[in-house]
Design a protein around this ligand. Structure first.
Ligand SMILES: [Fe+2]
Length: 412
């Protein structure tokens, strides 16, 4: 239990987990054109995610090569160059010189011997994208993003590839006194808690009963990812009729069929990118659900910053865009009723894990749900898929993936 928030374990994670896996940083729609950038974190390191003239997205350590000051102190922007506010070292933000030192104030007097511009380029990370999701890693040797995502790609398509998607506004951010793995664990394989923690849904008549987290499928792909798919058996899709053509053109027949019966979908890409198509709720006689993307950004062993994005179909009808945003704000996000339920649980778990007793006695917890269950053989999507959402199979794989990284001594 102590691994939820132990300071020594956290130091190992900063050294062994975050630098050696792919990390989600941004959605492509957040970068509007050449010179546009957002500032994000990889582990505890600030990075700049920028788009060049060539449309390529590059990621640089947000640290001037002169004295290590942050280059971009804002959250986002669009600039012709990045200029350090400390001494004025200036770097290209687009074009051939993106990330290269362009110059420094009084350069001829201050550095008569000249500055080696190439050697003083910004430190650059490896970047790859999938369905508009931009990932980066510092590790030059790990497998490509497509291998890392593997079977979870098929399911990410349902949320981020079904249509041209765009981020609405800027991500909301807030701090929660919780270890960063607790919400990741929750999104990976915990549909079970919804019937208890979120039972207000039924009490407010937003759903019929509390079994919305039960019916559907639990999916345990490899590499520590995990998800749960809630389905309905109604004839009509809950998604807008106006978007069906676009969905059909971008998804396989099997994916389209599953989307047509989707009523919710939660999951997590290892280590800390969560996604959720929340359970559809009735607003003004229409079924609505506001797509959400999350990062559980660690800012200490027992504290995290939530990053929460709302995405919508760019070509969707206005009523859907408005209603989905209203649903997102009402259910999730900093004002969301679900988040209030969840946060209290994660906070109290963190407090319980962070005691001498929890450490000394190595208190064990129960992760056995679904042990011995056989995966389905007929399901159209890949990965180990189980009938019904009550399983912790993906959670067990999440912790195994995490443990393998934590125990692996980095190569010198
Ligand atoms: Fe929850």
């Amino acid at each position: 239990m102590f691994v939820y928030s132990d300071p020594d374990v956290y130091e190992l994670e900063l050294e062994r987990v975050f630098p050696h896996t792919w990390l989600f940083l941004a959605h492509a729609s957040e970068l509007s054109g050449p010179g546009s950038f957002v500032v994000r974190d990889m582990g505890e390191q600030s990075v700049i995610v920028g788009r060049g003239d060539d449309d390529v997205v590059r990621v640089f350590l947000n640290s001037c090569r002169h004295r290590g000051m942050k280059l971009a102190c804002e959250d986002f922007g669009q600039v012709d160059m990045w200029r350090c506010q400390y001494h004025g070292f200036t770097y290209g933000s687009k074009g051939d010189f993106m990330g290269t030192l362009l110059g420094a104030p009084f350069e001829r007097q201050a550095y008569p011997q000249g500055l080696d511009r190439k050697a003083l380029s910004l430190i650059e990370a490896r970047v790859e994208t999938y369905q508009g999701l931009i990932f980066a890693t510092w590790d030059k040797k790990i497998a490509p993003l497509s291998d890392f995502l593997g079977d979870v790609r098929w399911y990410l398509d349902l949320l981020f590839g079904r249509a041209e998607m765009e981020v609405v506004g800027v991500p909301q951010k807030w701090v929660v006194p919780s270890g960063w793995k607790l919400p990741a664990d929750n999104f990976t394989s915990d549909a079970y808690h919804t019937a208890t923690a979120h039972s207000f849904m039924a009490r407010l008549n937003l759903t019929k009963g509390v079994d919305f987290g039960r019916d559907g499928y639990h999916v345990a792909p490899d590499n520590g990812h995990g998800l749960g798919i809630g389905t309905h058996s109604d004839d009509e899709s809950y998604f807008p009729p106006e978007l069906q053509e676009e969905y059909r053109s971008r998804l396989s027949e099997e994916q389209y069929e599953l989307l047509s019966h989707l009523k919710n979908l939660h999951g997590n890409v290892f280590p800390h990118m969560s996604f959720l198509q929340p359970n559809f709720i009735d607003i003004d006689g229409k079924k609505v659900s506001g797509l959400m993307l999350r990062v559980w950004q660690p800012i200490g062993p027992d504290k995290l910053q939530v990053w929460s994005w709302h995405l919508i179909e760019k070509n969707g009808p206005d009523w859907w865009k408005k209603a989905a945003k209203a649903a997102y704000v009402q259910t999730f996000g900093s004002s969301g009723m679900f988040d209030q339920d969840d946060t209290e649980n994660w906070e109290a778990q963190t407090r319980n894990s962070n005691t001498a007793l929890a450490r000394d006695e190595e208190i064990m917890l129960h992760y056995g749900m679904g042990l011995g269950m056989e995966p389905l053989t007929e399901f159209p999507g890949p990965g180990h898929v189980f009938d019904g959402k009550f399983s912790e199979a993906a959670g067990r794989k999440y912790w195994r993936t995490w443990l393998d990284l934590v125990l692996k001594e980095p190569e010198k």
